[in-house]
Design a protein around this ligand. Structure first.
Ligand SMILES: Cc1cc2nc3c(=O)[nH]c(=O)nc-3n(C[C@H](O)[C@H](O)[C@H](O)COP(=O)(O)OP(=O)(O)OC[C@H]3O[C@@H](n4cnc5c(N)ncnc54)[C@H](O)[C@@H]3O)c2cc1C
Length: 470
């Protein structure tokens, strides 16, 4: 990157917001960490890191980049699993870390206007302080940004009840690839004035522009929560349990599953005890809202019914919030326990629930044929039809050989997903990791339309080039 670029950027936004690899203000690992995410597949390679503090700062940077044909990678909490926040081709990295303030609160609607670099857990706390609740939550929200969540249309553990983050976004302020500031909708609920452009930015993975502010809708928190942990002997029973729960009008917050292998990994990693005396092949975690008199009884009735139908071999209802958290650890500890101890190849896929069983039968044949002797970690937001399929690298195999093997099998896996009408990415996004496979989930006409939309917002292709659309 020429020295003049650095000087120009300092002149535009101030020296305290501009860092370069050479200036030595960050050690090399810290500097690298702003231009990468959790994929650990692509080594970062970039020279300039910026910390804007306002939408105006971002607009100045992008306008300059547009005029000088410089590519940009937006960097949030870097918890992504698709390589979207990786800067590997000398792009400028714009970290939203310092854009973490509350801008406004509407107490009538229950809506919070914040900068996009706010850590998701901090947003939860801001909502709670005001007597409200922001329901998008998962194991990485202590590090992820609300802007990163929006850019990936994040889901999480309560999608069965609250939907994806898209449902909670009232307004967005963005800076497009031309450096223009656009404010979509603000904080009104009703606005039928043509295309709702904010939805194009939700899930765009930084390829259309930078989200700098958002107005999120809040709700009221559940009065009380009960987590139920179940030992399930057969895969088939998992969806039968889910179906059975529809017969009881009790608001479900989460319906998650994991295999015995995942449970073992969490136990090793966190040193937690076995949840049940006898081991089981599968486990299900259900979470319910207990709001009214009689809800507790409904929960017992659900347990009774699935026991009578022999869908479970054991089950336990948490007695207090501490036990709720203990049960959640078995589910939320999986990603971390896998990634800290192993190299894994991740697939985050979704299927229509009714096709899940047929898909799993096909998938098992594919795994047997291609990954014989490999450890497989299967878990996920099964109530949403979302599976996390993780292939664990055997110790004897080099990283290179392992990833090559997985890459050669992926197309077959994606063809199966296509056959069963699913999606190759449920919630992690496409980024760099899945871009060559986009055609398994989107038609040529759709991809051409996406490219035309990108062209409209980012005519010089400077916003996260090479991600999603290639
Ligand atoms: C342990 C663990 C559990 C997880 N569980 C879930 C889960 O249950 N559900 C789920 O959906 N995800 C999950 N994830 C994945 C990840 O946390 C989400 O994708 C998250 O939304 C990414 O947010 P981030 O701020 O870390 O974004 P980053 O990783 O920094 O960036 C993600 C993408 O968004 C772009 N981006 C970031 N900020 C902006 C911005 N302000 N404007 C424009 N573009 C931007 C980046 O360029 C990149 O393309 C999990 C991750 C981990 C590590």
């Amino acid at each position: 990157m020429p020295v003049t670029t650095l000087q120009d950027l300092i002149a535009l936004i101030g020296t305290e917001k501009v860092f370069s690899r050479e200036d030595g203000k960050f050690d090399s690992n810290t500097f690298d960490s702003y231009g990468t995410d959790r994929t650990k597949v692509y080594p970062p390679n970039y020279q300039i890191l910026l910390f804007p503090e306002s939408t105006d700062d971002v607009a100045k940077i992008v306008k300059y980049a547009f005029e000088n044909n410089i590519s940009i990678v937006p960097s949030g909490g870097r918890t992504g699993y698709a390589g979207g926040a990786v800067a590997k081709n000398g792009e400028i990295v714009i970290s939203l870390n310092k854009m973490n303030k509350v801008i406004d609160f509407d107490p009538f609607l229950g809506a919070l206007h914040v900068q996009a670099g706010m850590i998701t857990k901090d947003l939860h706390a801001q909502a709670e302080e005001r007597g409200f609740y922001f329901p998008v939550d998962f194991a990485a929200t202590g590090s992820s940004h609300i802007g990163g969540n929006i850019a990936t249309n994040a889901g999480g553990v309560r999608v069965v009840r609250y939907g994806l983050i898209r449902e909670w976004i009232l307004g967005l302020t963005v800076v497009t690839g031309k450096g223009e500031i656009m404010r979509f909708n603000g904080e009104i609920l009703k606005n039928n004035t043509g295309y709702d452009l904010k939805h194009l930015f939700i899930g765009s993975e930084g390829t259309l522009g930078i989200i700098t502010e958002t107005v999120v809708k809040l709700t009221k928190p559940p009065k009380d929560i009960r987590v139920v942990f179940l030992a399930v002997p057969e895969y088939k029973s998992i969806l039968e349990i889910f179906k059975e729960t529809h017969n009881f009008s009790l608001p479900m917050l989460a319906f998650e599953f994991l295999t015995d292998y995942c449970l073992e990994k969490v136990k090793e990693h966190l040193g937690v005890a076995d949840p049940f005396q006898a081991p089981s092949k599968y486990y299900v975690l259900m979470e319910y809202e207990i709001n009214e008199e009689g809800d507790e009884e409904k929960l017992f009735a659900i347990l009774e019914s699935i026991t009578e139908k022999e869908l479970i071999t054991d089950g336990s209802i948490a007695q207090n919030s501490r036990q709720n958290q203990t049960f959640w650890k078995y589910r939320e500890g999986i990603s971390e326990s896998l990634s800290l101890a192993h190299t894994v190849h991740k697939n985050d896929i979704s299927l229509p629930l009714r096709n899940m069983e047929a898909f799993l039968t096909d998938m098992q044949s594919l795994l047997d044929a291609n990954y014989s002797g490999f450890e497989i970690a299967l878990f996920g937001h099964i109530g949403d039809g979302n599976l996390h399929l993780n292939i664990v690298k055997p110790k004897a195999l080099s990283d290179k050989d392992f990833f090559q093997r997985c890459k050669s099998v992926d197309p077959e896996m994606f063809a199966l997903i296509q056959k069963h009408k699913g999606s190759i990415s449920a919630e992690h996004g496409i980024g760099l990791l899945k871009k060559e496979y986009l055609g398994y989930s989107r038609s040529e006409a759709e991809i051409a339309t996406m490219k035309a939309i990108k062209q409209a917002f980012d005519p010089k292709n400077i916003m996260n080039p090479g991600k999603v659309l290639g």
